[in-house]
Design a protein. Structure first.
Length: 411
């Protein structure tokens, strides 16, 4: 028999009991659709983490005040004491050559007002390198001039969300706004960053020089002279990050007179370690999703094998007649294998369509990130072919091994 004859005969046999064939292919449809949707969600999540990596920076260290012992030996929470200073920032810059950028920062919340428009937002008092460390891009205007940092100039750079609330589509460059009761001149606006890794609006912020924040915005907080709430730094080469962390910790322990065995009064957070942990978690989740989808596909394949075995049992007399008129075991095997392949291929084609539509709907109506890839569709098609071959072979082989005389005796 030619290939065309085999396919024609297989299609005729399946059409004779089309409802059973349709229900059998349903398992393959669900499995293929699950593969496409779940793998697309996994890839979309991985892409979101890649964006997070680029936003946080894999070559960055964040330093914050650590916990200290208060009166009577009671342990105070982190940040209860401002143990980091601008002197620490300068020491890191001068003594650790691997550090590319380093800056200290202060932060707080305030009401920002322009004419009848106002918004509650957060402010950050920063040093010059802060913009490069956090990958802030200038949209319009300019950043602070060097003299603005030393002279506590009343200048402000607006995040995009604050700019839109105060000025709509205008830039607001040169306008005067109030942060609390203090007037500031807008010198620049920042390019939008969008939502952060924890769902916060990164553009809901205003930047002022560090010295300005200390003198004009902190009010009665009573920080020690030169204190900062956070220090951030980056290295030029990611391979130097581990060495830089060790060097920073040693330098700060020396500057803060911390003896061996005493607890640090600061904490160093390695962003790359956090990113690596999140990436590993995402990879694990992607593998889990893939495993669930594969199980669905295997179940569909078992359904095909089960139905084909039932079909062989029901058509024993037909098989005997075919062999009696000259069909060989190979012809019978190819016929039943073609039937299994047709069920799998038709189910796979429908499953691919359902999977693509399902992935698009998930991306549109949920918060899950989805990234459709042609390779995923190709993988699903390959799975469909493999399912038909693997689970159809045993029933086809069983049919081909029937004895023609015994088969003809079946009623």
């Amino acid at each position: 028999m030619s290939l065309l004859d085999i396919l024609r005969t297989a299609a005729f046999a399946l059409r004779g009991n089309w409802m059973r064939s349709a229900l059998t292919s349903l398992g393959v449809i669900i499995g293929i659709a699950a593969v496409i949707v779940m793998v697309s969600v996994g890839q979309g999540t991985q892409q979101e983490i890649d964006k997070l990596v680029s936003g946080l920076g894999s070559q960055r260290l964040d330093i914050s005040p650590g916990a200290q012992r208060g009166p009577g030996g009671a342990r105070q929470s982190a940040g209860s004491f401002y143990t980091l200073t601008e002197g620490d920032v300068e020491a890191i810059r001068e003594e650790i050559p691997e550090v590319q950028y380093v800056a200290g920062a202060l932060r707080g919340g305030t009401q920002v007002v322009y004419a009848e428009n106002n918004a509650a937002t957060s402010w950050q008092g920063v040093q010059p390198d802060w913009f490069a460390i956090n990958d802030w891009k200038l949209a319009e205007g300019s950043l602070f001039e060097p003299q603005a940092y030393t002279g506590a100039a009343k200048q402000v750079v607006l995040g995009d969300s604050v700019r839109r609330v105060l000025f709509g589509e205008d830039s607001g460059i040169g306008e005067t706004i109030r942060l609390g009761r203090v007037p500031f001149t807008v010198v620049g606006t920042l390019a939008p960053k969008g939502q952060g890794s924890f769902g916060q609006d990164q553009d809901d912020v205003v930047m002022v020089p560090l010295s300005t924040a200390r003198r004009r915005l902190l009010g009665t907080m009573g920080l020690p002279p030169g204190a900062v709430m956070q220090v951030a730094l980056t290295v030029a080469d990611a391979r130097d990050l581990g060495y830089a962390q060790t060097a920073v910790e040693g330098l700060l322990r020396q500057r803060h007179d911390i003896r061996p065995g005493q607890e640090d009064d600061f904490r160093v957070r390695n962003i790359s370690e956090i990113v690596a942990t999140r990436t590993a978690t995402t990879n694990l989740m992607s593998k889990l999703l893939g495993a669930v989808a594969t199980i669905c596909l295997v179940i569909g394949g078992i359904g095909i094998m089960n139905i084909m075995l039932v079909s062989v049992t029901e058509r024993i007399r037909e098989i005997g007649l075919r062999m009696a008129v000259g069909a060989g075991p190979g012809d019978v095997r190819r016929q039943f294998l073609a039937e299994a392949m047709l069920i799998s291929l038709v189910g796979g084609a429908i499953g691919i369509l359902v999977g693509i539509v399902g992935a698009l709907l998930v991306g549109r109506f949920s918060d899950l990130p989805v990234a459709l890839d042609a390779r995923v569709v190709g993988l699903a098609a390959a799975f469909s072919i493999g399912t038909g071959l693997f689970f159809g072979y045993y029933p086809a082989r069983k049919a081909s091994q029937l004895d023609p005389i015994e088969a003809l005796r079946q009623q």
